[in-house]
Design a protein around this ligand. Structure first.
Ligand code: HAM
Length: 414
């Protein structure tokens, strides 16, 4: 029996990989334009890093991590997200000593043991960006604008921005107490998971999709009504800055994120096109995370985009690359000639394909068609002697006489 991939782990095949490159290149363009530099961190970390940052009472840490003991008896975890690793590196290499304001982006695979379905996998990919060292709400608005710019850059304007504020360690405890008092009355209507969350992480009950829980928590107190003065001012400023750049958003007071490190601004870009996997990108501010991980008291904010979900949203748009020219040859002598010409053209940036094996002319032309070449040319003895050939423009069959010289062919295909 042949061996298949692990459930929830996907191969990215051609031409899907071309779609991925399109997304990746757009992200790099937009992030670098905004002054971000790439950071590459390992895909495995000490398990403790994720427990301490994401939080012991989250679904990710409780149920979804790929954790194992290595041969040295260390507990290791395949990263379920990137922020913790990037902040670990920020602290470990004292990047803050040169400049507390770091603008970092990263991309790569993440691992969560979730139930696979469309848009949800066990190995999935994120493109993330983080800014450290800025408390000001302008940073929140700029991060959001950059995220929206990325979606515009790839031609998607459907995902809509939802924002919320989760307050800070000053104001959240009072909100939590108000929510617990509200939930206590309705405990018997909550699902088993939420009954457990009621003691470990009551805010997460607001995010439960089980219809009974949605009904029972309707009318729950809102964090936005419990923000302290500073958090309330911060949120008002973020909204004002978004308004000033005409960035559309909705306020979703029930948005509680699945990771515990958030403070103040949180956000998601959501779509109605992917069923229950509606978040295409998400993030927020995490002003306590760096110090919680043993670093200095430096704030941070960032987001991660779900690569697979973006690729799904791009639909059946064709990203495959076609050759500029297919060179067909009549015999072995011409094949040698064509091989040298192809080499020169490739050095000049023309995408060229030819037959390597001496197939029949008919079969070579079928291949030119199959590859979707923009031009094709047949080189026989006459063409080699005269130094000219008739190039066929495949889309309309037009024949164009051009010297068999690299520069002329470059001009024709430009
Ligand atoms: P997150 O909400 O857990 O946040 O994930 C961000 C995005 O990754 C989601 O919106 C979704 O598009 C994608 N994603 C998550 N899980 C899966 C999965 N199983 N399959 C496919 N896609 C998935 C974070 O990870 C934070 N680190 C974001 C952040 C950065 N916050 C601040 N900085």
């Amino acid at each position: 029996m042949s061996i298949t991939a692990i459930k929830g782990f996907n191969d990215i095949l051609p031409t899907e990989s071309e779609r991925w490159q399109y997304i990746e290149q757009a992200a790099r363009r937009v992030f670098e334009l905004n002054g971000f530099s790439e950071i590459r961190v390992p895909i495995m970390e000490k398990t403790e890093l994720f427990c301490r940052s994401i939080g012991d009472a989250t679904d990710i840490v409780e149920k979804e991590m790929y954790t194992f003991t290595d041969k040295g008896d260390n507990s290791i975890t395949l990263r379920p997200e990137g922020t913790a690793s990037v902040m670990r590196a920020f602290i470990e290499h004292k990047l803050y000593a040169q400049d507390p304001v770091a603008k970092l982006y990263y991309l790569g695979p993440m691992f969560r043991y979730e139930r696979p379905q469309k848009g949800r996998y066990r190995q999935f990919h994120q493109i993330g960006a983080e800014i450290t060292g800025v408390n000001a709400p302008l940073a929140d608005a700029q991060v959001l604008n950059m995220l929206v710019q990325f979606f515009r850059e790839i031609g998607l304007d459907e995902p809509s921005l939802q924002i919320n504020s989760l307050g800070c360690p000053e104001c959240r405890p009072a909100y939590r107490a108000a929510l617990v008092a509200f939930l206590e009355e309705r405990l018997d209507r909550l699902c088993e998971d939420c009954k457990r969350r009621f003691t470990t992480n009551p805010l997460r009950t607001l995010d439960c999709k089980v219809p009974g829980c949605v009904e029972a928590t309707a009318g729950a107190p809102s964090m936005l009504d419990h923000l302290c003065g500073d958090c309330s001012d911060h949120f008002a400023s973020v909204k004002r800055y978004l308004d000033s750049t005409a960035t559309p958003y909705n306020i979703n007071p029930r948005m509680v994120r699945g990771l515990d490190y958030y403070t103040r601004t949180t956000f998601e870009l959501v779509t109605s096109l992917l069923g229950s996997q509606s978040a295409v990108a998400a993030g927020g501010r995490y002003d306590g995370l760096i110090s919680q991980l043993g670093g200095p008291a430096i704030p941070g904010i960032g987001f991660a985009i779900g690569f697979e979900r973006v690729a799904l949203l791009l639909g059946d748009k064709d990203f495959s690359r076609q050759p500029d020219l297919f060179i067909a040859t009549m015999g072995a002598g011409e094949r040698d000639f064509a091989f040298r010409l192809m080499h020169e053209l490739l050095q000049s940036g023309v995408r060229v394909e030819m037959d390597y094996e001496g197939k029949s002319l008919k079969s070579q032309m079928r291949r030119a068609d199959k590859l979707g070449a923009r031009y094709s040319v047949v080189i026989g003895e006459n063409e080699v002697t005269s130094g000219k050939a008739s190039f066929k423009r495949m889309e309309d069959g037009e024949q164009i006489e051009v010297p068999l010289k690299c520069a002329d062919i470059v001009n024709m295909t430009a």
